[in-house]
Write a protein of this length. Structure first.
Length: 314
């Protein structure tokens, strides 16, 4: 049975992530130090010690989660993992797609950290605080939520930004439109609806200025075709052309994260062993809710790395 590495996105962060790994593994510590150096900031201190308000700033969260993922990967590699020999595909949720591309060799670690810092700042600054909002809607079909978004168009932008699977959708856009969508969704029978504690309406048309910034920045970044294909958030299918991936990363800023379809693509192609590389186990849980037959494994601690190495036959 074939395997894939998947890389977490925003929401998987917590104060203390990576701290024990850095203490126990010098290779992981070197990754955190390189990210700190590339950003000219002690990001690792915020990751290890907090405060939480600093870690949850988008411009910090994005490179921080990537750093943990690549630190875990580096320890696996030091123990004998050759990515292209053991892993068929990589994929990442939103910012996790950058982690996946770094893992596959498209971007260097330093460039990936800088890209995510710029991406985080650009997304935060695209819309004034309070103007945008996001909400999770659980228990309604994609078609019903899409129709509700059309009903509120007079109030502003509201679109499905994340399709996470098992009836879990996230909408993003202008606050008034999103709040109205939430109200209608409750009346239409949603099992659970919640406004999300985020600072900007990510993956919506309101992020167009951020997309323009990333388009210009990505043009100036050195890159290579990834060693193994990445499943694109935008397409929910594999891509291995650096030029095409660059364009998709720009489109991803304003487009939907098609995670449910990514997981379904894995199942359709017999990729049933999924290793979540980095902080937390959010993606492992989502995959199991889409298809109980997945063998999901979170790999973020020294003990989990040891278990993963055995499962990988290393």
């Amino acid at each position: 049975m074939a395997r894939a590495f998947i890389f977490p996105g925003q929401g998987s962060q917590f104060v203390g992530m990576g701290k024990a790994l850095a203490k126990q593994c010098p290779e992981a510590r070197a990754i955190f130090e390189e990210v700190d150096d590339s950003l000219e900031q002690e990001l690792s201190r915020i990751m290890f010690e907090g405060p939480e308000e600093a870690l949850t700033l988008t411009a910090n969260t994005q490179p921080a989660l990537m750093a943990v993922s690549i630190a875990v990967l580096r320890v696996l590699e030091i123990q004998g993992l050759v990515l292209e020999d053991k892993i068929r595909y990589v994929a990442g949720h939103s910012l996790g797609e950058y982690s996946a591309l770094c893992a596959a060799g498209m971007f260097s670690l330093r460039d990936t950290a800088r890209l995510l810092r710029i991406r985080g700042n650009a997304m935060q600054e695209a819309v004034p605080v309070g103007v945008g909002a996001m909400a999770a809607i659980i228990g309604l079909d994609n078609s019903i939520v899409s129709a509700i978004c059309q009903e509120v168009v007079a109030l502003g932008v509201c679109q499905i930004s994340n399709d996470n699977g098992s009836g879990q959708l996230v909408v993003s856009g202008n606050r008034e439109a999103v709040e109205r969508t939430v109200s209608i969704a409750r009346k239409r029978g949603a099992r659970h609806v919640i406004m999300l504690p985020v600072s900007a309406p990510f993956h919506s048309k309101l992020m167009e200025s951020a997309a323009e910034i990333m388009n210009a920045v990505l043009d100036g970044i050195s890159h290579h075709n990834p060693k193994i294909p990445v499943i694109s958030n935008v397409l929910a299918e594999p891509v291995q052309s650096a030029v095409k991936i660059k364009n998709l990363l720009v489109e991803q800023i304003t487009g939907r994260v098609r995670w449910r379809e990514t997981i379904e693509w894995f199942a359709a192609h017999d990729i049933m062993d999924l290793y979540e590389i980095g902080s937390g186990r959010v993606l492992t849980g989502l995959a199991k809710r889409v298809n109980r037959d997945f063998n999901g494994m979170a790999v973020g601690t020294v003990k989990e790395i040891e278990i993963a190495l055995k499962a990988l036959g290393i």
